[in-house]
Design a protein around this ligand. Sequence first.
Ligand SMILES: Cc1cc2nc3c(=O)[nH]c(=O)nc-3n(C[C@H](O)[C@H](O)[C@H](O)COP(=O)(O)O)c2cc1C
Length: 253
Amino acid sequence: MGAGGRLWLPAAPGPGLGLLPPGARLGAATAAADRQRTGGRAGVSVGRVWKGHRVTSRTASAPLIVGIGGTTRPGSTSERTLVKALAAAEALGARTRLFGGAILTRIPIYDPTTADRSPELQDLLDGVRQADGVIIATPGYHGSVSGVVKNALDALEGVRGDARPYLDGRAVGCIVTADGWQAGGTALASLRTIVHALRGWPTPLGVTFNPSASPLFDAAGELCNVRDGEMLAMLAGQVVGFARMKQALAEPA
Ligand SMILES: Cc1cc2nc3c(=O)[nH]c(=O)nc-3n(C[C@H](O)[C@H](O)[C@H](O)COP(=O)(O)O)c2cc1C
């Protein structure tokens, strides 16, 4: 709680997405510039669903944000919040790709003595290779990250030898859903520690939800609490903003 007993909440994301001052130039990497170049098509999402992936396509220079997480439980709250965060990233002009519970459970248990090349793992590794930013969502299981999500992250050993190993150079937004506040906090801390080990940059904002304290989604699949959507949008904004900043820095002057 903040001063005066009021709950502290971060400020709403501004034009600088919390990373750059408002009005700062991001070069040709901005969504506005994309739209100008492509005659307004940059914001067009042509999402498709295939075996637990959802892929949207925009212009090549729009950052690709890859989502990893969820469970196979019907109505998985971690997966649904991840989808909302990716939708927020799309609203900011990003492309997105989802690796949800259905595909993560098909990735074999990581074995360091074998180089598993199952199509699901290959897809995940390709997605991470191409990613400009990542959002990970896990349920809190016994105070930490679920085995399915951890297995997917262990399997990123497959990109260890790349020029850009693991999650190197990418901002990573972390989301946890758990039936208790304690597991929300401990699982978030665990996930961020894992992201650090994978050379990723956890975003300043991590988001935890406790669906047992208050309903997260309504019958129509929308978030019940507007503020929850704002938190996910802020997290997505920090991931997309970091990706755009990296793109801008990589552009020739
Ligand atoms: C194996 C297992 C372990 C869990 N451990 C915890 C826990 O330690 N603390 C907690 O608050 N909730 C725990 N939960 C509840 C889940 O974190 C919670 O239901 C979460 O929202 C499930 O995510 P999902 O909706 O994406 O499946 C556990 C659930 C399962 C199935």
